[in-house]
Design a protein around this ligand. Structure first.
Ligand SMILES: NC(=O)c1ccc[n+]([C@@H]2O[C@H](COP(=O)([O-])OP(=O)(O)OC[C@H]3O[C@@H](n4cnc5c(N)ncnc54)[C@H](O)[C@@H]3O)[C@@H](O)[C@H]2O)c1
Ligand SMILES: [Zn+2]
Ligand SMILES: [Zn+2]
Length: 360
């Protein structure tokens, strides 16, 4: 039996999103049907609707979510109806060349539901294989990570994308350590999570860079020790001035632009690390003198989903939150209805929110 549910789709490039009724199948083997409780609005959803990820319209948007398992298909043992779960976009396969070499966090063949959700018979492309601006969604059971149900759904869901991506960029990809200096370019939900990650790791200097003073003010709540508005001063010079003329050990780019990537590149110390978390569009290019790439040493890395392993990291982050060591509440700027996603995109573009969270 298919379920008819309300959901938010992007029908064509750049067009405003629409609230429609879609068909969600009952779970087949290995799948789980999730009753969505909350889903944050991530900038990646906006990238999808702008056509900056791929052309597979119509998209079923939303991917930063928590919910309750409503039903599971044949062979599913890890989760059961009634479980409170955070959805993830890294259901590892256990069989690809990366999983086999003991690195499931960079699995090359992650699972999604096999059956398709549809709109008037047309197959939908769920954002990041999830599609959670919907009353119910269908995922692979491995995409549902069970966590403590006492945490508010709108807070728990954030771990499913932006918070994990930012925290992991600092903790896992950037390997920030005690006493390190870190700069974060772009202080939205993802960048502020990177700041939070750097703080948890024990970084002593954490420099927030943004073009928006409000965002810089908020960044201090997550652990930024210094702020730089890059419309008023050269961020490379400012960062060097704050680090005895040297630059930072780890520079994290959380915008997705060539200009901020280059700033991150030049703002790091010798042998430092650049971590790219922001998602560029396919047309963007960077030009760097190869001698600088070589001469500065260190490493240039990309961070997908904070190199996380959901089964390991999601329950751990919930624990840190419950112990008061991880500020998740600070990311929830507002809770909204499922009919307010388009307006939430505009608020994001105007810089008014860190996260608008759809609550169902
Ligand atoms: N790698 C991953 O796994 C992953 C996961 C989630 C999101 N993302 C990406 O991370 C990026 C940030 O997402 P978000 O949800 O935090 O977005 P957001 O819109 O909330 O935040 C972006 C921030 O960048 C700032 N900014 C814009 N232009 C700037 C510039 N030139 N210099 C400095 N700051 C600038 C904005 O003022 C804003 O504060 C997006 O590209 C998103 O797609 C990546
Ligand atoms: Zn794998
Ligand atoms: Zn996201």
């Amino acid at each position: 039996m298919a379920h008819k549910v309300k959901a938010v789709i992007a029908r064509s490039k750049g067009a405003p999103v629409e609230l429609v009724e879609i068909d969600v199948p009952d779970p087949g083997p290995g799948e789980a049907l999730i009753d969505i409780k909350a889903c944050g609005v991530c900038h990646t959803d906006l990238h999808y609707r702008e056509g900056a990820i791929n052309d597979e319209f119509p998209f079923l948007l939303g991917h930063e979510a928590s919910g309750i398992v409503e039903a599971v298909g044949e062979g599913v043992t890890d989760v059961a109806p009634g479980d409170f779960v955070i959805l993830n976009w890294r259901a590892v396969c256990g069989e690809c060349r990366s999983c086999k070499r003991g690195k499931p966090q960079i699995c090359f063949n992650t699972h999604n539901a096999t059956q398709k959700m549809t709109l008037d018979g047309v197959e939908l492309s769920p954002a990041l294989g999830i599609g959670a601006f919907a009353e119910k969604t269908l995922v692979h059971a491995g995409q549902a990570t069970k966590v403590d149900p006492s945490v508010r759904p709108e807070v728990a869901g954030l771990i499913g994308c932006g918070v994990m991506a930012g925290l992991g960029a600092a903790l896992n990809t950037g390997n920030v350590g005690r006493g390190d200096s870190v700069a974060v370019f772009g202080c939205g939900g993802v960048g502020d999570a990177a700041i939070e990650g750097a703080r948890i790791a024990g970084a002593s200097t954490i420099i927030a860079v943004d073009v928006d003073d409000t965002k810089l003010e908020w960044a201090k709540n997550f652990g930024a020790t210094h702020t730089v508005n890059s419309t008023r001063e050269d961020p490379i010079e400012a960062i060097r001035a704050l680090t005895d003329g040297n630059g930072v050990d780890v520079a994290i780019e959380a915008v997705g632009l060539p200009v901020t990537y280059e700033q991150a590149f030049y703002a790091r110390d010798l042998a430092g690390t650049v971590v790219l978390v922001g998602v560029p569009n396919p047309e963007m290019k960077i030009e760097l003198p190869l001698i600088e790439v070589f001469g500065r040493g260190g490493s240039l890395k990309s961070s997908w989903y904070g190199d996380c392993l959901p089964s390991r990291d999601f329950p751990m982050l919930i624990d840190l939150y419950q112990q008061g060591r991880l500020n998740l509440d600070g990311f929830v700027s507002e809770t909204i209805g499922i009919d307010a996603v388009e307006e939430a995109f505009h608020k994001m573009e105007r810089g008014e929110v860190l996260r608008s969270v759809v609550v169902l």
